[in-house]
Design a protein around this ligand. Sequence first.
Ligand SMILES: [Zn+2]
Ligand SMILES: [Zn+2]
Length: 256
Amino acid sequence: MPAAAIAFSILAMTAIVAVRYLAVSGGFALLTRLRSPGLYEGLDPQIRREIAWSLASAFIYGAPAGLLAWGWQARGWTRVYRGVGDYPLWWLPVSVLVYLALHDAWFYWTHRWMHRPALFRAAHAVHHASRPPTAWAAMSFHPWEAITGAVVIPVLVLVIPIHIGALFAVLAIMTLMGVTNHMGWELFPSWLVRGPAGAWLITASHHQRHHLHYGSNYGLYFRFWDRLCGTDTGLGSFDAPRRGAADRLERAGHGG
Ligand SMILES: [Zn+2]
Ligand SMILES: [Zn+2]
């Protein structure tokens, strides 16, 4: 019976997304603790909220993914293919770039839109409640925002052919960048981040400025749209005390 199979697929996909989140965010939170002990000090209540919103997002991401996974297997709905030779070999890397570029464009414009005041309060304030964000904030979205993110890959697999391995590469990059862009320090070497490639790629140093100043650096993977639209204000730094630390110092200074 399809309904039971679809429900099972949705539950399985939700579990996979949740476990992936807990494993990758947990792994980088542990790495953060080893590298910079105390960086997340005093943020426990915020981290608990980040985990709760992220697990709710896991269901929102898992539902369309589970439906599509079932439709792929049972009905041949998607353009996901298994044979490496089904399309030219050059399409393997190019399809990854095409998926990332389209996801990036969708993210940039919906993200800018969600910074309009009314929408910000309704949909995006949850994500910015992380001040400063941690490795656990990767999927910390209000359900409205999670829906805008959850539909992207399911729609793309219906339209644009992609090898199952290339799709896993896209999902791995999405997960890695979502976590590392929020964890409060730069994972990638300076020659990359501050070199020619970094002029076009988004890492933690770029997204850090979005969480600090709000009105710029809206992109996801690439700086293309930010640079084209004049919303790129360059890279931030993790040297100065982070906002959370500054807030705590200030509170301590005022006796509370
Ligand atoms: Zn963010
Ligand atoms: Zn934002």
